[in-house]
Write a protein of this length. Structure first.
Length: 347
């Protein structure tokens, strides 16, 4: 049997442990998997593009587990009452191919993306960073804000969205969570002013220029989350040209990240190398660093394993008959038990 985890189960895991603790564990799990990068079979995700958005499949495997995530990105979905990003995924046993876990990954993606952002900023942002600009105040934004507040000690958030209603919702939730000083800004440039970290998490299916070179201050770290698809970017190429750029999986980010705007030989460093001690992260207080985040399958692999373990501890999830339960593995036909039509007697 396969265990099914719904959004309700994930919410109960968060209720049992608290969001800061779950984010901390997700970050630790992703860091552990990134440090053993070479144990994994990796491919860039497979994308099906349409005028409205993209649907992607994200597989990855090591010697014992295989996972994939189904995820979409449709920036106009709010007009039909749906989120921009929706996801679910599977964790399977490599030795037999048996799907062990089928889980929602919409909430989980928001947590793993925020945890990955903090993991990168821990290595790349200036020590002592306290102020973050958060540009794009949609579904992912609370998770980014709270992950940076709890994980990195950010105390001031400078918020901007072209939709003032989105900023108002985010501010309401962050005030209820407490502990953060909020500055509501009238433009992306105003939000970035004086920030140690600039997080962009906007959704727009075009080459947007949310952050321009004039907004960059020495020592800034940019956490660019929303440019994650061909033709969908957030940073002016001049920002990348004058920064040290870090990526998840280079073959995927070259096609999908803000990096798609740069020459094929523009230098980047894969983040796992920094985490494994094979490459430096930030090298000086004045260096400008960019994490060109697009989302990589290994983050979902780590998150699936973690939510599976947390659900087991709490007795959550239901077993479902996703694959047949057979007394004789060769007798698949018996599953039809009475449903198969009797063969007509030959005339
Ligand atoms: N890198 C990753 O791992 C990863 C993971 C999940 C989502 N994403 C991406 O993050 C982005 C945000 O996702 P979401 O679920 O929060 O989407 P969302 O649609 O809920 O929110 C996006 C927000 O961006 C705002 N926005 C659009 N253009 C803007 C602009 N020029 N300036 C300021 N704000 C602007 C919108 O008004 C909206 O409030 C999407 O592009 C999504 O594809 C990336």
């Amino acid at each position: 049997m396969t265990t099914l985890l719904t959004t309700h189960d994930i919410a109960r895991i968060v209720a049992a442990h608290g969001l800061p603790e779950v984010l901390r564990r997700v970050e630790a799990a992703i860091t552990t998997e990134f440090r053993r990068w070479n144990d994994f079979d990796k491919v860039p995700r497979v994308a099906a593009h349409s005028r409205q958005g993209v649907i992607e499949l994200m597989p990855v495997a090591d010697a014992s587990h295989y996972s994939f995530k189904y995820v979409n990105g449709h920036p106009g979905n709010h007009r039909v009452g749906l989120p921009t990003v929706m996801a679910f995924g599977v964790l399977a046993d490599v030795a037999t191919g048996k799907p062990q876990l089928l889980s929602e990954l919409t909430l989980t993606t928001a947590m793993r993306t925020a945890a990955t952002s903090v993991m990168a900023a821990r290595a790349l942002a200036r020590p002592g960073a306290r102020t973050m600009a958060l540009i794009g105040n949609g579904a992912q934004s609370e998770f980014q804000a709270l992950a940076f507040a709890h994980g990195l000690g950010i105390t001031t958030m400078r918020l901007f969205d072209i939709d003032p209603g989105a900023t108002a919702r985010l501010a309401r939730h962050l005030r209820a969570a407490g502990g953060l000083q909020l500055v509501l800004c009238a433009s992306a440039a105003e939000a970035a002013r004086g920030a140690d970290i600039v997080t962009t998490v906007t959704a727009d299916k075009r080459n947007a220029t949310i952050v321009t070179p004039g907004m960059i201050e020495p020592g800034m770290h940019l956490n660019a989350v929303g440019g994650d698809c061909p033709g969908k970017t957030e940073l002016h190429p001049g920002v990348l040209a004058n920064a040290s750029v870090f990526v998840e999986y280079e073959p995927q980010t070259r096609v999908e990240g803000d990096l798609q705007q740069m020459a094929a030989d523009f230098p980047v460093t894969e983040l796992w190398r920094v985490l494994a001690g094979q490459a430096p992260g930030r090298r000086s207080a004045d260096e400008v660093t960019v994490f060109d985040s697009v989302g990589f399958a290994l983050e979902d692999f780590a998150a699936l394993r973690l939510v599976g373990a947390l659900a087991r501890e709490l007795g959550l999830g239901q077993t479902v008959g996703l694959i047949p339960d057979l007394a004789d593995p060769k007798d698949l036909y018996s599953q039809l038990a009475g449903a198969a039509p009797a063969l007509r007697a030959a005339a």
